[in-house]
Design a protein around this ligand. Sequence first.
Ligand code: ZN
Length: 489
Amino acid sequence: MRFFLSLADRFRPKVCCAWLLTVATSAACTVTPARDLGPLQPQTPARLAAVDWAAAGDEAVAWLSAYLQVDTTNPPGNETRGAEFLKAILAKEGIDGEILEFAPGRGSLVARLAGSGAEKPLCLMSHIDVVTAESANWAPGRGPLSGAIADGYVWGRGALDMKGQGILELAAMVQLKRHKIPLKRDVVLLAVADEEVDNLGTRFLIDKHWARIGCSHLLNEGGIGIRDVVYPGQTVFGVSVAEKGLLWLKMTARGKAGHGSTQLPGRAPDRLLQALDKLRARQLVAAVHPSLYESLAAAGRHGGGATGYVLQRPWLVDTLAVGKLMEEPGSRAMLANTCSITGFSGMHQPNVVPSEVSAQLDCRLLPGLKPEALLQELQALVGDDQVSWQVLHQAQATESPTDDPLFLALARHVLVGRSDAVVGPLLSVGFTDSMYARQVGVRAYGFLPVAVTRQVAETMHGADERMPVVEFKRGIRVLYGALLDVAAE
Ligand SMILES: [Zn+2]
């Protein structure tokens, strides 16, 4: 209703002639079309029905619990432990795996189910390493390495990010093998090291082994289902199709060194502050990625009402929703080329004004903007020749198409049997190993087909990370169905 009130406010003073009314009305009437997700492949329903899902789910929950107890905290990583754990499960099913280490103890697992080769391989990626955890902040008996199964969840660091998805992928692969599904392409499980720190596991595989891994498509992390995000009771599943690029900078201001007792103009710390003030005052321009229009429209079509009317119309989204979205840091990150100040260096003693001080910046770029272009914009804005800029790391945003069979299959299957949910593409504000895969031409999609509340989603990298058991079991079926559609003959 709030949207409609704003709509009325907006039109009353502005519509001054019939012409403008016509233009405004026709623009407002352009509706984002619903995406045709296509039908399931003819054999898929029977193949889905052939699986004992209760047994498959219980088995996967036990695997996840045990996998969470394997300590692969990064740093230091020790991912070979996790790779050995997954390899042993696959070996019992007759699936061979190979562990490739970029450094001692830092292994990634590559395991392949062979297909006919009619299409290029499909890779199921996950990272074995997990971020550190402060166990004192976790619920008693449900710590980061507990793998505890309690209150409808499996608890532990990595349950969502992303050992849970690793087990979903493994479980779906095991079902393909057990049911002797004929494949038109290889299905390759890639469980990699070091995603959380330097992406060295994936970079090593891409540099040294990609020719024989050879997948055209990759499923990885990035999207998930969140409940109550637009409408109460509705779940919005986002399949990540793009990741923002990055520009990490060190900005150094220079000036005359001296004594702190006297305030002299133009000294390095003051110059740095002036430059940072300009950066902080930089006007962010909102640019809505097509994925956001589509996902908002899907939510609006399902949820209905006045909000639904607005969400289905890009012009109204731009006019009525973008301003609000720009006020909230999480959604603003999806709409703008942002820069965060992440630290400072160059201090000495309290009474010494140094000749150089530096600030570190983390800028994130929407698809289409080159890092060099953003750097030029920032340099022009600061406009001080005593401030120098060093690029620490840069990469353009990466994107994969949405009219792709893997994207469509994931979207199709996650909605099977769910009247509470919608699905759409998503632009991720962070980057994952998918960025490196897209740089060598792989189509990568980030999706954990599991619905959680916002509160549970926020446990990733925080305390009490946990995977809901019912959703996790359902997720195996979603993934298995999608694999049947895109990989089975
Ligand atoms: Zn992750």
